[in-house]
Design a protein around this ligand. Structure first.
Ligand SMILES: Nc1ncnc2c1ncn2[C@@H]1O[C@H](COP(=O)(O)OS(=O)(=O)O)[C@@H](OP(=O)(O)O)[C@H]1O
Length: 404
């Protein structure tokens, strides 16, 4: 017997048997709905976990999650299998990497700062540390703590100058004039009282000659470019102004400008010696080399354990031992090795190498110094000897600089 027409209980059966295409369409719709429901539930679970992790990660900074489409470096494992294993700790699972809105990278305030000293190898040190997969570096010199106009912009401005980093990476910046600027130690402490500080120093007479060479080079570059430019813009003032610092010269910049002027026309010997033959301590390249005058301020604010003194002369001679010390100081896994350096005979300095590229520092790093009268060098060394001893006492280390 055929069922009566309009009997709904059999209707489905009738459709299933007599209209297979329609039944298949129903089945497809049901499957798609099921899939979508599952996907939404899964995504919201991932979101909750990620949000919880982000809150935890950023508890030490001002702002929390950033929407960051830019991938941090080193999401791919490196060539060595040991490196790949260690990197697993840093690399988020692919599901999270592929979700730009769930990204786990962020800009963090630095956990370590290279505070100086100018012309002692601050750039080389930063670039060498950047060979380590757990290090992220700020581009350029930020000058947050030493320039009032930057400092007034606040920590959030500073944080935004930092690179993106993954959980477990350390953010570092370098601004060499931090070391000599009186306000800086207290300002850094106010940001993070347990920060780690790297201070790279060099034999003070060599540092002073390097400083003089830079001041002189900048003046000659400036006058050359002024000579060829038809614009009314003063290239000297553009050099002298802090980036983003408006039109006002800070005393430091104004002072540096006058030092450059002096360096352009006079020899090093003329500038470091007064007419009576005594040492001109107020000549800036000499003043900055009197390290103990600045160091004591840092030790009033930070414990000695928070500051690592890096030997800049040894960094030039053989970078690896200094970098091994820094890896330990920063609590990093030992990852920088001999394979990361090669000596470039043309440049006369070590250059850097990683899995993908070789890199030497720019020509402004490793300039040829002018010949300085050896008698003046000896005189300066004798002058610095007493000051160096005071620095050694403060830091509890003898750096072995020549006494004459
Ligand atoms: N590997 C390598 N390559 C090139 N240069 C090196 C390197 N390691 C250390 N140095 C020394 O770094 C000196 C410049 O120091 P800074 O980077 O601190 O200078 S600055 O204050 O930022 O201008 C620079 O000083 P000068 O030699 O007087 O140019 C170098 O001696």
């Amino acid at each position: 017997m055929r069922p009566a027409e309009g009997d709904t209980s059999d209707c489905i059966l009738v459709v299933g048997v007599s209209r297979p295409k329609l039944a298949a369409a129903f089945l497809l719709v049901a499957l798609v709905s099921l899939f979508l429901t599952f996907h939404i539930l899964y995504d919201s679970a991932v979101y909750s976990l990620d949000a919880a992790a982000s809150v935890f990660d950023s508890s030490d900074e001002l702002a929390t999650n950033q929407l960051d489409p830019a991938p941090p470096r080193r999401l791919q494992p490196s060539s060595s299998s040991q490196q790949a294993n260690n990197l697993k700790d840093l690399v988020p699972p692919p599901s999270l990497v592929s979700k730009a809105h769930f990204s786990r990278t962020n800009r963090h305030l630095p956990q370590a700062i290279i505070v100086g000293v100018r012309k002692c190898g601050t750039r080389a040190l930063l670039e060498m540390l950047f060979l380590h997969p757990q290090i992220q570096k700020a581009a350029g010199e930020v000058h947050f703590f030493d320039r009032d106009d930057n400092y007034e912009k606040g920590l959030e401005w500073y944080r935004k100058k930092m690179p993106y980093s993954l959980k477990g990476q350390i953010t570092i910046e370098k601004s060499p004039s931090y070391f000599v600027t009186p306000e800086v130690p207290e300002r850094i402490r106010a940001m993070n009282a347990s920060i780690k500080l790297l201070l790279i120093v060099r034999e003070p007479v060599t540092r002073a000659i390097s400083d003089y060479t830079q001041l002189r080079t900048r003046v000659s570059t400036t006058s050359t470019s002024s000579a060829v430019t038809t614009s009314s813009t003063s290239s000297l003032s553009s050099l002298a102004r802090p980036p983003g610092g408006g039109g006002i010269l800070t005393p430091t910049f104004a002072e540096e400008e006058s030092q450059r002027g002096a360096a352009s026309s006079r020899t090093f010997e003329e500038l470091v010696l007064r007419p009576d033959g005594s040492i001109n301590e107020s000549y800036r390249p000499i003043t900055i080399s009197l390290y103990h005058n600045y160091m004591h301020r840092w030790l009033e604010v930070f414990s000695r354990e928070q500051i690592l003194v890096v030997n800049g002369d040894q960094l030039i001679e053989d970078p690896l031992p200094q970098l091994k010390r820094i890896e330990m100081f920063l609590g990093l896994e030992p990852r920088i090795g001999r394979h990361n350096f090669y000596f470039n005979h043309t440049k006369g300095f070590y250059c850097l190498r990683n899995d993908t590229a070789d890199k030497c520092l720019r020509e402004s790093k490793g300039r040829k110094h002018p010949r300085v009268n050896p008698l003046v060098v000896s005189k300066l060394r004798r002058f610095f000897n007493e000051h160096n001893q005071r620095f050694y006492e403060l830091v509890g280390e003898d750096l072995g600089w020549p006494e004459e």
